[in-house]
Write a protein that binds this ligand. Structure first.
Ligand code: MRU
Length: 363
């Protein structure tokens, strides 16, 4: 997508043909900085410490991490080691495991001297595929927005609430939840987005809001707890969120707080959609609440908040007493019964085992 007058993806091969360049998402919206990752350790740190984040982008970054490892040492042992190192960086987003397994599937049968080239090739393909998946999700989601727009009075806005950042910054380009929104704006449908701030790391306030502002999408930042109130007062026409892992029966794991939005949506008859590319479906899991590992992050992410002072200095401040500990579960699971539909690259599926199998019969 556009940053100023340039088009950026979130990750690309550096000029040396070995390293990758990424946008350092910890610094947005205050500072746009590109960082080079040249070693597996740097890739692991970038994923763990959320320089890159968002399930699809985590997967693509890991795929490039495998390629970097293969350039150093293309042995079976090195392949197994990089799989382990990167797999343990973030436990919930299934795209990470999907990408690592995909790289292993392609590389394992090859002679060692062919692995590095093949790894860079496959990583680049996975990145391009992500862009195509998001374009397709956008087209299917647009149909839903069009339908809601058609039910409104001429000129009335379609109000969409979103949580966290499932935008282009969370993917290689376009985003999942945001792809239909960008297309709707392009088509001239009047939309307005309520952006949940998404405590504790504020991906909504810092990333989604930055995306919306950068692309001229009318939007308003709200605190996480405002969603229920807005829905009760008819101010939300639909919710679209992303997901880090969706089970074979349609349970949706996403950023902490998503479940509460889904409950409020159900209680107020607001359609609750989840946009996802198929690598985010974990076909091995059926019960999301019982089976999906939920990442527990450092409590400091809750107690300390980043911001920019009026003087332009970006700094971190403490908002709770030093003596107060903080729990920080990073994701929650929304049961399939609360989900109106899953917007995939193949169309909109009912959130159920049957609904997903109808769209993905090969699974
Ligand atoms: O912890 P994060 O910022 O990686 O979490 C991101 C989300 O929860 C997104 O909604 C999800 O990855 C879908 S991204 C298309």
């Amino acid at each position: 997508m556009r940053v100023g007058d340039r088009h950026f993806r979130t990750i690309w091969l550096a000029e040396d043909g070995r390293s990758v360049e990424i946008i350092d998402q910890r610094r947005l919206p205050h500072d746009f900085r590109v960082v080079t990752l040249s070693t597996v350790d740097e890739v692991a740190t970038a994923i763990r410490d959320m320089w890159v984040r968002g399930a699809p982008l985590i997967g693509v970054t890991a795929a490039y991490g495998v390629a970097i490892a293969m350039r150093e040492d293309p042995s079976d042992e090195a392949l197994a080691a990089v799989w382990e190192t990167l797999h343990e960086t973030r436990p919930t987003a299934i795209n990470l495991r999907w990408a690592l397994d995909e790289m292993k599937r392609v590389l394992k049968p090859l002679p060692a001297d062919q692995r590095a080239d093949a790894a860079y090739e496959r990583a680049a393909e996975i990145a391009d595929e992500d862009v195509e998946l998001n374009r397709a999700i956008g087209a299917h989601g647009l149909t839903l927005i069009r339908q809601i727009a058609a039910s409104k009075k001429p000129g009335e806005k379609v109000n969409i609430l979103t949580h966290c950042n499932a935008g282009w910054l969370a993917t290689v380009d376009y985003g999942t939840a945001t792809a239909p929104i960008y297309l709707a704006v392009e088509e001239g449908i009047p939309v307005h987005v309520y952006v949940d701030e998404t405590r504790p790391r504020n991906q909504g306030a810092q990333l989604t809001a930055w995306e919306m502002a950068g692309h001229g999408v009318p939007h308003t930042l709200v605190v996480d707890n405002a969603g229920g109130h807005l829905m009760q007062h008819g101010q939300v026409d639909m919710v679209i969120v992303g997901t880090d892992r969706t089970t074979a029966n349609g349970d949706v794991c996403n950023k902490i707080g998503t479940y509460l939005k889904a409950l409020a949506a159900k209680d107020n008859d607001v359609p609750f959609y989840v946009a996802l590319p198929s690598p985010t479906i974990d076909w091995t899991v059926n019960d999301g609440v019982a089976e999906i590992p939920i990442e527990e992050r450092d409590g400091d992410e809750v107690s300390l908040v980043w911001g920019r002072t009026a003087a332009g200095e970006v700094l971190q401040v403490r908002i709770s007493p030093e003596a107060t500990g903080a729990a920080n579960p990073a994701f929650d699971v929304t049961p399939a019964r609360l989900v109106t539909g899953l917007i995939t690259e193949r169309g909109v599926a009912e959130a159920s085992a049957e609904g997903l199998r109808r769209l993905f019969p090969e699974r």
